[in-house]
Design a protein around this ligand. Sequence first.
Ligand SMILES: [Zn+2]
Ligand SMILES: [Zn+2]
Ligand SMILES: [Zn+2]
Ligand SMILES: [Zn+2]
Length: 408
Amino acid sequence: MMRQNPNPCALGATGDAAAFASIEISDEDRIAVLSESTKDALAKGSQKKELLHKFIAAKKAFLEDAKHIDTANKTNLEERLNSTIPKSKSTLKGFKNHDLSVKIVELLELCQILQNQYSQVGTRETRGNSKISLIKELLDLGDKVDQRVRFNIQNSESDPLLKGVMLSQAQRERSFSQSRVPSDTAIHMCIFCSHCSINEPIENTTLVESNQANINSHQVANGVWIKYQNDLKKASSGIQVAKPEHPQTRNGMTRAPRYPNVSSPILQCHCTMSKCAQEGTNVGSSCPIKCVANADTGERYPFENGICTCPMCCCCCSKAYNVSDMQRIGLKIMQVEQSKIEKDPPEVATSEFMSRMMGASIESANNMWERKQKEQQAHGTKNPGEEDLLNEQQVQDFFNADLAGNIL
Ligand SMILES: [Zn+2]
Ligand SMILES: [Zn+2]
Ligand SMILES: [Zn+2]
Ligand SMILES: [Zn+2]
């Protein structure tokens, strides 16, 4: 397997694949989502107002803190807090849902800076600090908004390969777990963002089991059909051989049983849920690489303006895809990138990206699927005899070895 770097993930995604996955979320997108007043809206108007009331109440304390903590960063934090947090509750009186959302989105970046500053220098308040929990409340809402925006963007993708597999809410909320990294290194890296933040969702386990169960029962039925075929051959002319009964459905069999549809396992990228909580510590971090830039020295990616620059913390990829689609997705991404380059003459070298996409790693993960599918197709179209049973045995062995063994 070709790898340009022994640990590409420690360096983060580079080039076009990274650009492909990093959906830029604008404040307009955030405001639109936060202003929704549908049944599943993230926050009601009254909740937003209540949240802003809390900021108004804490405004003085925030401004006081900003004076002390922002001397080196030159973020105009005090000034910005002063102009962003409304003066009094009465200011909000005429605010519509949209205006409240604008205010909250404006506060997001400032709260990010405050959170980081507090984590470094602390606050004068102690545990259960209302300022810290208030900031957290707003940032948590911000995270949910970003997730919803990305989900909407992903949903609007018209190409099914690029759209990927749609996940349930519970699946989307999971973060990266070392124990769910695929054992096959060829599929460690996300095909969209090139980060090693791929996990196999727990649902793959039941999927492999049910695939196996389907294959097993097909084998039994196929055995019955083959026996019938042999009995036909052996029977002397004029003797009727009764058509067999399908062992599961109990219906009369008129043809060889169809090979069952085998579903592909899913791979899920967890970049969007990967974040470190504060600078210089792993406490509370869900980042797969723990923001380490150089695995040898343990050096971390720096924080800038209170925000971690780690490529995985910054990456908002939330793609999930079928293992069986990897090769086709790779080609699709290449086509999209290529058409961009043709429109927009190259400044960025794409050779690295191309060679990676063409790389053996993707092929190895897909060969088994291609082979299996071909065998499956061949099987479904012809009447099985002894050879077919052999083929099928091979498919199953293949399946057992590669799927159940390698992937899970
Ligand atoms: Zn990523
Ligand atoms: Zn990804
Ligand atoms: Zn980080
Ligand atoms: Zn990180």
